[in-house]
Design a protein around this ligand. Structure first.
Ligand code: MG
Length: 365
C-alpha cells in the first residue's frame, strides 16, 4: 500500500522527508506525500473544541527536476485525516498528464477521483500551482496580474481564554493591525473588555456558530460595534439559515459565512444570508476553486475574506498569493505552530507582504 509505511514516521522532523517519501511514479510528474503533525505553540480553544496539534499531509510534485510544494491541513472537525488523505492520494495518478501546464485538465481529474477530500485535493492543487510558477520562474500573484501592494493586513487570532491570558496574548500580538477574537462561550463581553483594556486596534470576531438566539446575537453585535469590531464571522449555527438572514439584514456589522460554506457550489446560496464569505484552501479544494469563489462572490456583491487552518508557511503562502483580491485576510496559521519547515510569505507591520520567489513563494528550510 503506497504511503502506509509512512504513517509511523508522521511525527518525525522533515529532514528525512526526501528519503522516506513514497512515490507514485510516472515518466513525467511524480507525486509524493508524507503525514506529519504540526505542534501548536498554545492550546487552541474555539467555541466547540480545544487541541494542541494539527495533522497535515506534506506533498510534492516533481517534474523535470523542479519541485512544487503542497499541503493538506486537516483539523479534526473537517473530517479528513492522515488516513483519508493517504487513501485519496494513493489514487492520484499524474502519469497520464505529460504536460503540467494543462492545469484545468489535471485538476478536473483530481476533483473527480472522489467526492469531498477537499484538503487532500488542495494539497495537489497547491503543489501543481507552485510547480507551474517555478517552471516559468514567476510568482503566482504576478501570473494572475495582481498588485502585490494591495495585500490586506492579516488578523492575528486570540483564542477563548481567561482575561489574564487574553491580555498576555494581545500584548504578544502588538505587531498586528487587526485582531480576530474567538467568541461563543459564556465570557464574550469579558474577552472583549480584557482586550480593550490593553489595545484600541480594530477587532473582528469569530463565533464559530456559538450564538443560538438571534435577538441576543443582534444585541451583542450592536455592543461589539461600539467596541470597534468590524465584522462578525459565523455568529449562528450553519443550519440556522432563516435566523442568519434576519440577523444579516438587521446587523450593523457585516456577517461572514465560514462553517456555512465549503466550496464553489456553496457560494450562491450564501447571498442574502450573509454579507460575505470566508474562503479557505482546505475547505474548497485549492487555489483554482478559491479564485472562482472570489469571482462569484464579487458578482454577487459580497465581501470576501481569505482564511486558513493551522498549517505551515506552504498553504499560507499559497493563499497569500490571492490576498490582493480580498477585503480581509486571516492568514496567521503558520505563526501558531512551532515546527514550520518552510520559509515563505511574511507579515510585515501587520500586512501580508508577498515576495518575488516563483510559485507560491516558499523555500524549504
Ligand atoms: Mg472561522
Amino acid at each position: 500500500m503506497a504511503g502506509a509505511a509512512l504513517v509511523g514516521s508522521s511525527v518525525n522532523a522533515c529532514s528525512n522527508f526526501d528519503k522516506n517519501i513514497k512515490t507514485i511514479s510516472n515518466s513525467m510528474m511524480k507525486l509524493s506525500y508524507k503525514p506529519f503533525d504540526l505542534q501548536l505553540k498554545h492550546v487552541f480553544t474555539i467555541a466547540s473544541s480545544s487541541r494542541t496539534t494539527t495533522p497535515v499531509m506534506l506533498v510534492q510534485v516533481e517534474y523535470d527536476g523542479v519541485l512544487g510544494y503542497g499541503e493538506a491541513a486537516m483539523p479534526p472537525y473537517l473530517g479528513e485525516s492522515h488516513q483519508t488523505a493517504t487513501k485519496f492520494l494513493q489514487q492520484v495518478n499524474l502519469s497520464q498528464f505529460a504536460n503540467p501546464f494543462l492545469l484545468e485538465d489535471i485538476l478536473d481529474y483530481v476533483e473527480n477521483i472522489a467526492p469531498g477530500n477537499y484538503a487532500a485535493k488542495a494539497s495537489v492543487d497547491i503543489a501543481l500551482h507552485d510547480l507551474l510558477g517555478k517552471l516559468v520562474n514567476q510568482p503566482l500573484h504576478k501570473l494572475w496580474g495582481l498588485n502585490p501592494t494591495k495585500t490586506p493586513n492579516t488578523s492575528f487570532t486570540i483564542g477563548i481564554d481567561t482575561p489574564e491570558i487574553v491580555i498576555e496574548k494581545v500584548k504578544e500580538a502588538s505587531a498586528y493591525n487587526i485582531l480576530k477574537v474567538k467568541l461563543g462561550r459564556s465570557n464574550d463581553k469579558e474577552m472583549i473588555q480584557a482586550i480593550r483594556s490593553v489595545t484600541d486596534v480594530p477587532l473582528c470576531v469569530d463565533v464559530n456558530q456559538g450564538w443560538t438566539d438571534r435577538q441576543e446575537a443582534l444585541d451583542i453585535i450592536f455592543w461589539l460595534k461600539e467596541k470597534g469590531v468590524v465584522f462578525v464571522e459565523q455568529p449562528m449555527p450553519k443550519t440556522a439559515i432563516d435566523d442568519m438572514a434576519w440577523l444579516t439584514q438587521n446587523s450593523p456589522l457585516p456577517t461572514i459565512a465560514d462553517e456555512a460554506l465549503q466550496t464553489l457550489g456553496d457560494v450562491l446560496p450564501m447571498k442574502g444570508v450573509y454579507s460575505g464569505i470566508n474562503i479557505k484552501l482546505m475547505k474548497c479544494g485549492g487555489l483554482r476553486s478559491a479564485l472562482k469563489m472570489i469571482t462569484i462572490a464579487r458578482a454577487l456583491d459580497m465581501k470576501v475574506m481569505i482564511g486558513c487552518m493551522t498549517a505551515t508557511s506552504c498553504p499560507i503562502s499559497a493563499a497569500a498569493q490571492l490576498s490582493p483580491l480580498v477585503d480581509w485576510a486571516d492568514l496567521d496559521g503558520n505563526l501558531l505552530i512551532s515546527n514550520d519547515m518552510y520559509d515563505g510569505v511574511k507579515v510585515v507591520n501587520g500586512k501580508i507582504t508577498l515576495n518575488d520567489k516563483p510559485g507560491i513563494g516558499v523555500v524549504k528550510l
